[in-house]
Design a protein around this ligand. Sequence first.
Ligand code: COA
Length: 154
Amino acid sequence: MRVREAQAVDVPALLGLWEEFVAHEEAFDPDEFDIGPAERRRYEDLFVSKLSDPGAAIFVAEDGGRLVGYTMGWKRPRILAKGSTGYVNDVFVTEGARRQGVGTALVRTILAWFQAEGVSKVDLYVYAENEKGKGLYDHLGFRAIAHRLTKELE
Ligand SMILES: CC(C)(COP(=O)(O)OP(=O)(O)OC[C@H]1O[C@@H](n2cnc3c(N)ncnc32)[C@H](O)[C@@H]1OP(=O)(O)O)[C@@H](O)C(=O)NCCC(=O)NCCS
């Protein structure tokens, strides 16, 4: 397994991993997701635009020529302090490749990329009931600093 920067040719495989990722995340917050062709196209556009954005990074984990995981993040300007915060939007490892260090390698790689970009703080969201995600981020030294509240309106 090796982690490398994603390229334009990876976009179809990235979309396949993203669909697995969404199916996983949907279970935690069904109202948040209503994925159809338009949403799929928007996410494809997001991958394509982040690939050419110098303030963003997508890394893939490749094993035997097949993508088994990816992470994507970007820099966000801070409003109440100087500089930028790193934001990790996606971290996913396909089911058959889990618990072998792939998630750790992906997140460590994007953290190193942020650090090289001069970013000293990285944020991400994880669903409260996502034990795998919380386990990974805990393992990597992240700490919880906020609760995101939500309420469905009738
Ligand atoms: C979360 C995820 C990326 C972890 O990927 P992974 O390749 O299995 O992670 P690693 O093998 O690097 O695991 C590193 C550590 O994370 C923790 N961890 C990983 N999976 C875990 C689980 N199912 N339960 C508890 N802790 C877990 C452990 O501390 C693990 O170390 P260990 O295997 O030595 O015990 C993967 O399970 C996944 O893609 N899940 C679905 C998507 C998701 O939840 N993404 C993150 C939130 S956005």
